[in-house]
Ligand binder design. Structure first.
Ligand SMILES: CC(C)=CCC/C(C)=C/COP(=O)(O)O
Length: 286
């Protein structure tokens, strides 16, 4: 007997907040990994809702037996333990799936400069300029230049630690990207300047980690005037926003990136290379 719930457009079609395509709303899968072949990276909810799944099982026991070769006990005797686990996703899983769905939906809506003919396509060149301002190469080159030009021990110490922070950031972001392997949004055009191979992955945003870490570094050691401090905060925020507007990242990539960069600064402070440590290191090298 068909479930009366199936006629309910919200229950059968999904939640509008989780996104829609071709007039059909779709759910995230609560039990399986994301299927990248799906256009919106969302899977339809299959068997994760206990009532619907139980009804489906009673409608077609033969099909269920056939599809579950490893669980012979399921034949005619109700649901196996494995089914029980599948049909009862934990609250955390539901919450995470919903968060991811909202993330994808919001990121797509905010990716208004993803290409020239996007709704805000005319702002794309400005966004790309902001992108370059948070790129690793200008930061590494600029810091190395200031280190070379600095004639005070204090200045050299600060620049050397910034250089160490930037290198640490590149390594940590590469590790997390390689482990998580989250693909960049489908609407992103991969026309970024100077990338590493891990930069085909989007989690976390390297620009956001750098903006947060360097922003904190500048505020703590280099920029003291209040108007300039506001500018530093504005710049860091714009770098993060531009990642989503350019379609490079999902919102969660940038949010996590900001958090990671904030924590990386604590690491830089912990590992701070003092002139004494430096002399010791140089002495060992010589
Ligand atoms: C080549 C060097 C020195 C750094 C690469 C910087 C880069 C392209 C990071 C990727 O940033 P997102 O993860 O924000 O896209």
């Amino acid at each position: 007997m068909p479930s009366p719930k199936a006629k309910n457009p919200v229950r059968s079609g999904g939640s509008p907040v989780l996104g829609s395509s071709n007039g059909r709303y779709e759910f995230m899968s609560l039990t399986k990994p994301l299927n990248r072949s799906s256009p919106s990276h969302l899977l339809q909810r299959q068997g994760s809702e206990p009532t619907t799944a139980r009804l489906r099982a009673s409608e077609s026991p033969t099909r269920r037996r056939g599809s579950s070769s490893s669980t012979g006990s399921a034949s005619g005797q109700g649901l196996s333990e494995e089914d029980g686990i599948r049909l009862n996703p934990s609250f955390v899983r539901v919450a995470l799936s919903s968060l991811l769905a909202i993330d994808l939906w919001m990121s797509k809506r905010l990716g208004v400069c993803a290409c020239e003919d996007s709704s805000w396509g005319s702002v794309r060149p400005l966004m790309k300029l902001i992108e370059i301002s948070g790129h690793g190469i200008p930061w590494l080159a600029g810091t190395a230049y200031c280190l070379y030009k600095s004639d005070s021990a204090a200045g050299q110490e600060v620049m050397l630690n910034l250089l160490m922070g930037l290198l640490l950031d590149l390594v940590l972001v590469a590790i997390v990207k390689a482990v998580v392997r989250r693909r960049r949004p489908a609407h992103n055009r991969m026309d970024m300047f100077a990338t590493f191979s891990v930069d085909r992955y989007s989690f976390p945003s390297g620009h956001a980690t750098r903006a947060a870490m360097c922003g904190r570094f500048l505020l703590a050691h280099l920029v003291l005037a209040a108007p300039l401090r506001v500018l530093v905060l504005l710049w860091a925020s714009l770098v993060g926003l531009s990642r989503v507007m350019l379609g490079r990242h999902n919102v969660t990539d940038v949010m996590f990136g900001f958090w990671m960069g904030y924590c990386q600064y604590n690491l830089v402070e912990m590992l701070w290379l003092s002139p004494q440590t430096l002399q010791g290191l140089l002495g060992q090298l010589a």
